[in-house]
Design a binder for this molecule. Structure first.
Ligand code: PRP
Length: 188
């Protein structure tokens, strides 16, 4: 079972739900009467954004981008390629990027540069998890933040390990034996 692969639950379902509710209210108040486009980054952010928009009380447009980073899959290189671009024109509109996690910040840095070249009316970030211990790029315009997380292997609520565990309803720390086992597997 999936739960058996988890060392410890870091943030439970109820705690996530309360935070998402709070963030939804805040975003709604700040963007009332504004033309808001939420830009979500596939794939990890889909769970968070789908919950977040349902806690928002203002009209909102949602669009998606998919990017892929070059280099080893476990490390962010900051050199990314757009796999799927936005369908919306964001010129002169208020853009809120919704991400599941910021780690080194390199992915977000690239994304913000890319989006700002399209001249939106404003560009801000809402992130559920902030793993600031690994930050390389600072001064990111993070307007809304859910939780700070330690430098541990977190999965669930959208976050994956080798494309699995995204469907866990909570955020947990993956057991070391799982990825150690996979590492051995790759060497043989
Ligand atoms: C995760 C996350 C961010 C990025 C953060 O995506 O959704 O986009 O990593 O890392 P960084 O701050 O070090 O750049 P990932 O590449 O794992 O893809 P996924 O969303 O499909 O899981």
């Amino acid at each position: 079972m999936l739960n058996d692969h988890i060392e410890k639950i870091l943030i439970g379902e109820d705690e996530i739900a309360a935070k998402v509710m709070e963030l939804g209210k805040e975003v709604s108040a700040d963007y009332a009467d504004k033309d808001l486009v939420i830009v979500n980054v596939l794939r990890g952010g889909v769970i968070f954004v789908s919950d977040l928009i349902r806690k928002m009380s203002i009209p909102v447009t949602v669009d998606f981008m998919a990017i892929s980073s070059y280099g080893p899959s476990t490390e962010s290189s900051g050199v990314v390629r757009v796999i799927k671009d936005l369908e919306e024109n964001i010129h002169d509109r208020h853009v809120l990027v919704v991400e599941d996690i910021i780690d080194t910040g390199l992915t977000l840095g690239y994304l913000l540069k890319n989006l700002s070249s399209r001249e939106p009316a404003s560009l801000s970030v809402c992130v559920l998890l902030d793993k600031s211990a690994r930050r390389i790029l600072d001064n990111l315009p993070i307007k809304y933040k859910g939780f700070d997380v330690p430098d541990a292997f977190v999965v669930g609520y959208g976050l994956d390990y080798r494309q699995k565990y995204r469907n866990l309803p909570y955020i947990g720390i993956l057991k070391k034996s799982i990825y150690d086992f996979d590492l051995k597997d790759q060497l043989t």
